[in-house]
Design a protein around this ligand. Structure first.
Ligand SMILES: NC(=O)c1ccc[n+]([C@@H]2O[C@H](COP(=O)([O-])OP(=O)(O)OC[C@H]3O[C@@H](n4cnc5c(N)ncnc54)[C@H](OP(=O)(O)O)[C@@H]3O)[C@@H](O)[C@H]2O)c1
Length: 426
């Protein structure tokens, strides 16, 4: 039996989850792995006398975790960017392996930390999709494969809101308020609903699957504020659900990396992943399609992933390298990416309008896959306004953006056009 001593930075949701699992499942972990986990130290800004620290020494000084020779691994569970990045760097510089759940730090500074301290050990399974062991799957279970795409519902808050809009016909604001009441969304929901959190996670998945550096700035980001109950209803009529997806894909031209609301065919399993659950669909050359689903957040679920990294550190020490050394792929500008699109066009109910819309699209080489006209959007105007709903075939982003701008200038188009990408995931 090997003893492995943890130093935990932070005493919030995830840290408490770690303490609970070590207390409750420590003996099972020891009998399975031969590693006996103990909590040597906890350091956090605020003492929490109500929390059982499993016999650990507490201090308010994060540095104590690094300086204590009895700490074998440091867990960074404070969140945020600046202090956390500094703390992780200091620990690695002192030769202490680090496990973190911090996607923001890894997406922005992961390369720097991994290359500066290559032999020490920096693991971050919990940073992407909570309990789902997706990093282990990419780096270990599927290591013999070339990746075609990694597509995921990787923000539980967005998925909860879109599911509530789907199931209850709720407006975005009402679904968000409910998510906040239930603790699924922060008081300031920007990071989640505007897609930033998902982009942090996608930057990590992209890097791991396609052997490129983590680069948050490579990700094209759209959130879910613009999705309406009508879009969800019309999508359903056309055989689709709207999900907020992170998409990392290799094409012949380069890599696509984007997070945005997406129409997904109802028959795709990922379309049925609802509520706060996360799911990641991986397509590779040898294994084909694999789908991973589970809780993307929560103290215990996230702590489960943290402890899997702790045990990997105890067993293997160094972080394995994953760069293949093959020619590095470039991430394409979003204008050069390809998707089908859903368009909801508010148009005057006059003869010939649909033909004008079709003509404008065809000038940009965009074909229509399906179209429906929906009832009155605005009863008051004369002539009345209807919604023309169109699914296009796969088209270049730059072309559809230009076509939509031209359509919005038509006198028969009575407002902004809603545009949502469609992915078959076939
Ligand atoms: N919660 C989840 O479900 C989840 C899921 C996946 C990943 N994560 C990631 O896990 C990390 C921790 O999340 P969490 O939900 O556990 O956060 P949390 O509940 O807010 O806990 C953070 C803890 O760190 C302490 N802390 C913050 N800044 C500090 C500093 N500068 N110095 C010392 N202590 C500091 C806080 O002290 P105070 O009590 O004084 O504020 C608190 O005890 C984050 O990176 C998060 O993104 C969380």
């Amino acid at each position: 039996m090997t003893s492995f001593r943890l130093g935990i930075a932070g005493l919030g949701t995830v840290a408490q989850g770690v303490l609970d699992i070590v207390r409750e499942n420590g003996s099972v972990i020891a009998s399975r792995t031969g590693v006996e986990l103990t909590i040597q130290r906890v350091a956090s800004r605020t003492a929490r006398p109500d929390v059982d620290l499993c016999g650990a020494t507490f201090s308010t000084e994060l540095r104590d975790l690094i300086d204590d020779p009895q700490v074998d691994v440091v867990l960074e569970l404070i969140g945020g960017e600046t202090v956390a990045r500094q703390f992780i760097g200091d620990a690695l510089a002192a030769g202490k392996p680090v496990v973190t759940a911090n996607k923001a730090v890894i997406a922005a500074y992961g390369n720097e930390l991994l290359t500066q301290f290559p032999g020490v050990g920096l693991r971050f399974e919990a940073a992407v999709a909570g309990a789902i062991p997706i990093i282990q799957a990419i780096r270990s279970g599927l290591v013999a494969n070339r990746f075609e795409h990694v597509v995921g519902i990787i923000n539980g808050t967005c998925n909860y809101i879109l599911t509530a809009m789907q199931e209850q016909g709720a407006a975005f604001e009402d679904a968000l308020a409910r998510a906040q009441e239930l603790g699924y969304a922060e008081a300031d929901p920007t990071f989640d609903v505007d897609g930033i959190d998902a982009a942090h996670k996608l930057a990590i998945l992209l890097g791991l699957a396609f052997d490129v550096p983590f680069n948050f700035d490579d990700i094209a980001i759209e959130g879910i504020r613009g999705v309406t109950p009508e879009d969800i209803q019309y999508a359903e009529e056309l055989g689709y659900r709207i999900k907020h997806l992170g998409i990392a894909r290799q094409t012949t031209a380069g890599l696509e990396a984007r997070v945005h609301p997406t129409l997904v065919p109802v028959q795709q399993l990922i379309a049925s992943v609802n509520g706060v659950l996360n799911a990641v669909l991986v397509k590779t050359d040898a294994a084909g399609d694999t789908l991973f689903s589970g809780p993307g957040a929560g103290g215990a679920a996230t702590a489960s992933a943290v402890l899997s990294d702790v045990l990997a550190t105890a067993e293997a020490g160094e972080t394995p390298t994953w760069r293949s050394g093959e020619a590095e792929l470039k991430v394409l500008p979003v204008a050069e990416t390809y998707s089908a699109h859903y368009l909801r066009i508010p148009a005057l109910d006059e003869p010939g309008v649909f033909a004008q819309v079709a003509n404008a699209l065809s000038r940009y080489g965009i074909s229509i896959e399906a179209a429906i006209q929906k009832g009155l959007q605005d009863h008051a105007s004369t002539p009345p306004v209807v919604a023309i709903v169109i699914l296009t075939q796969v088209t270049r982003e730059a072309d559809i953006a230009a076509a939509v701008a031209e359509l919005e200038d038509l006198p028969q188009v009575a407002g902004e056009i809603a545009r949502i990408r469609v992915e078959s995931l076939a």
